[in-house]
Design a protein around this ligand. Structure first.
Ligand code: SF4
Length: 676
């Protein structure tokens, strides 16, 4: 049976997969992300490709319809809203699950043809703070390092990352490297004790959002102990004095760690040249997320530990194609090719490359604001593609109401019933993993092909095709692509603009590549794989920026709720929920609670707890554990209203957003709890 080389559709590790139409799945031994390894989710992919529950034909108001009728209606409604209320009256909310080609045409349609930047993505919930932190420090959204750096490092510092569950193959690579070189050390900084802590030589049970205080303290310690790299700072960095002044004003004990823990960590970091600091959602999903990113990067810049083997700050992305989406500009505050909406020269160049009739002139609405605009009536037509915001966004009930309030909503999905799809006027069936062709970019900037190995089910179509069909019906030229490869070729050619404006993206060498046989390829294509080796950055003066950041006031409340993922489920379980094997790991919604807190509210193991947020509530099984600190709770985000009548966790989550990145602070919701 034919074996097809493709890429796992789940996390940002981007593992290569060998897939057969009968559902046989193996890790691709030749893929440089995983060298044959797969985690539980990846190895169960064959159990998720049946057609149970699939959306196989378009629906209009719940009734099956033909493609022509559905596409005509979508185009008519969007065109009418734009005509009567202007381009900013419509919005797309897309997904880090989309392939780069899907993302590219959605972004091109909204920004270059409709003329609005109201296209945001669930990647806003994933890594927007890292994007903002990178841009502040480096002048562009660049991930400096590679996965090999994680294996070459002598010290790995994991901040706000349960890598063992959320990026399991990267965890396996580090574990294997540590087994081969026992002198390699691992520090895990997390308010929870997690499966990742098993690998750690030192676990630091930090207070939630104590990261800026801790890394500001580290910068002061580096200065006081003579561990700065002054030559590097003088040659390659601006902003050092202000950043150090700000750092010195902070007290690292605000992190909640003991003096001994702080001293031990600082000595390890200061004394180990080859250090990689990995960070993920515990850093990003915070009202101080961007400052946390810069507090970490500051320490690497101050020691020159960046752009060299086994060193650097390293953001691991949650989704399979958050990086590809960033590259094509699929966030409301970005233009394609890592260019800036606010820059008129950038806008003109992108418009010329697209040969488009217009171009957005200002940033659009970021995710949380986008749904507020749905609630207040600003948005008249909304297209949600490949994501389930009625479950996955904070204030999930409010988001569901906001979607209901939009006069015309389209949802594209692979499944017939989702909490969000149930609110749609028009449902459009998309092809899913194994049925479509395209590319994704993983956390180390490596582009890999997803390849079809299954027949197209029913009337489903690839997302890029659906978007292009609507664009053409809206009267726009420029969307007549025959294949996903045509789109990729256009996109790769346009990345020359990034080089033209002194930015980092460079895929132009791929324009003539054979798309069908494209091997996993890291960008910048044809150059070194690690950025900043020469100390040159993307700010106009060629220097990096250290950013003055200040530790935030830590919020207080009855309980601090941290939401996240389980090892064996993905997002709202539309695919992983099909596998009995995966469902056996943790079978129902739960909340982790410390024994002292469980005593205080009179709850015993496996009894039910009601969580109350400012606007909503939900009921969860008590999992009593000392792995969460007193006053803290942890609950996974996966269960939908359709899977759990007791409510979804994001109904209880009402938080602010990071003021720079717009990323919601879903690690620190203030809730109350009582025995059910
Ligand atoms: Fe898929 Fe991530 Fe697991 Fe790799 S680590 S198999 S990309 S879920």
């Amino acid at each position: 049976m034919t074996c097809v080389k493709t890429t796992c559709p789940y996390c940002g590790v981007g593992c290569g997969v060998l897939a057969q139409p009968d559902g046989t799945i193996k890790g691709d031994p030749d893929h440089p992300a995983n060298f044959g390894r797969l985690c539980s989710k990846g190895s169960a992919l064959g159990e998720t490709i049946d057609l149970d529950g699939r959306l196989l034909a378009p629906q209009i108001l719940g009734r099956e319809a033909g493609w022509n009728d559905a596409l005509d209606l979508v185009a008519t409604k969007f065109s009418a809203a734009i005509r009567y209320y202007g381009p900013d009256s419509v919005a797309f909310y897309v997904s880090g699950q989309l392939l780069t080609e899907d993302y590219y045409v959605a972004n091109k349609l909204m920004k270059g043809y409709i003329g609005s930047a109201n296209i945001d993505t669930n990647s806003r919930l994933c890594m927007a703070s890292s994007v903002a932190g990178h841009k502040r420090a480096f002048g562009t959204d660049t991930v400096p390092g590679t996965y090999e750096d994680l294996e070459e490092a002598d010290l790995i510092v994991l901040v706000g990352s349960n890598l063992a569950w959320c990026h399991p193959v990267l965890y396996q690579r580090i574990a294997a490297a540590k087994a081969a070189r026992p002198e390699m050390r691992v520090v895990n900084i997390d308010p929870r004790i997690t499966a990742t802590s098993d690998l750690a030589d030192l676990h630091l049970q930090i207070k939630g959002d104590g990261d800026v205080a801790l890394f500001n303290g580290l910068l002061s310690h580096l200065a006081n102990s003579g561990k700065l790299n002054s030559d590097y700072i003088n040659a390659h960095v601006n902003g050092f004095d202000l950043a150090l002044e700000s750092a010195t004003a902070d007290d690292p004990s605000a992190s909640g760690l003991t003096p001994d823990e702080i001293v031990e960590f600082y000595a390890m970091w200061a004394g180990t040249e080859k250090t990689v600091t990995i960070y993920s959602q515990g850093v990003n999903q915070s009202m101080s997320g961007t400052d946390k990113v810069n507090a970490i990067i500051n320490c690497h810049l101050a020691t020159g530990r960046i752009g060299k083997p086994g060193m650097g700050p390293f953001s691991v992305t949650g989704q399979p194609n958050a990086m590809g989406g960033r590259e094509v500009g699929g966030l409301a505050n970005m233009l394609a090719n890592h260019l800036d909406i606010e820059n008129a020269d950038h806008r003109d160049a992108v418009q010329a490359a697209w040969n488009s009739p217009t171009i957005c002139t200002k940033p659009g609405l970021k995710a949380v604001d986008l749904f507020k605009a749905c609630a207040d009536g600003t948005i008249k037509a909304l297209w949600i593609i490949s994501t389930n915001p009625a479950v996955s966004l904070p204030d999930a009930d409010g988001v569901a109401e906001a979607i209901s309030n939009v006069p015309f909503t389209v949802v594209t999905d692979i499944m017939a019933r989702t909490d969000t799809g149930d609110l749609a006027d028009v449902l459009l069936p998309a092809t899913g993993w194994g049925e479509k062709n395209g590319t994704v970019t993983n956390s180390e900037r490596r582009i890999s092909r997803q390849r079809a190995f299954l027949p197209t089910p029913g009337a489903a179509r690839p997302d890029w095709k659906i978007i292009c069909d609507v664009a053409e019906r809206m009267g726009f030229d420029g969307f007549g692509y025959e294949t996903a490869g045509d789109i990729f070729a256009e996109y790769a050619a346009t990345t020359a603009l990034s080089q033209q404006f002194g930015k980092d993206l460079n895929l132009a060498a791929l324009t003539d590549a054979d798309y069908d046989s494209l091997a996993p390829t890291q960008w910048p294509v044809g150059k070194q794989t690690r950025f900043f080796a020469d100390g040159a950055f993307y700010h106009p003066d060629g220097k990096a920026r250290m950013i003055a950041v200040t530790a935030p006031e830590l919020s207080t409340g009855k309980f601090r709720l941290n939401t996240g993922r389980n090892r064996d489920q993905w997002h709202t379980m539309t695919r992983t929920g099909k596998s009995q094997r995966l469902g056996a790991h943790l079978a129902e919604p739960y909340v982790e609670i410390h024994p002292d807190d469980a005593d205080a509210i009179g709850v015993d193991t496996a009894e039910l707890i009601t969580l109350y947020g400012p606007k909503g509530k939900g009921i969860f099984r008590a999992l009593i554990s000392e792995k969460v600190a007193p006053g803290n709770l942890f609950a996974p985000l996966h269960w939908t209203r359709q899977l759990s009548a007791a409510g979804v966790v994001n109904s209880t989550v009402e938080t602010g957003v990071d003021p720079i990145s717009g990323q919601p602070a879903t690690k620190s919701a203030q809730v109350d709890a009582s025995k059910c």
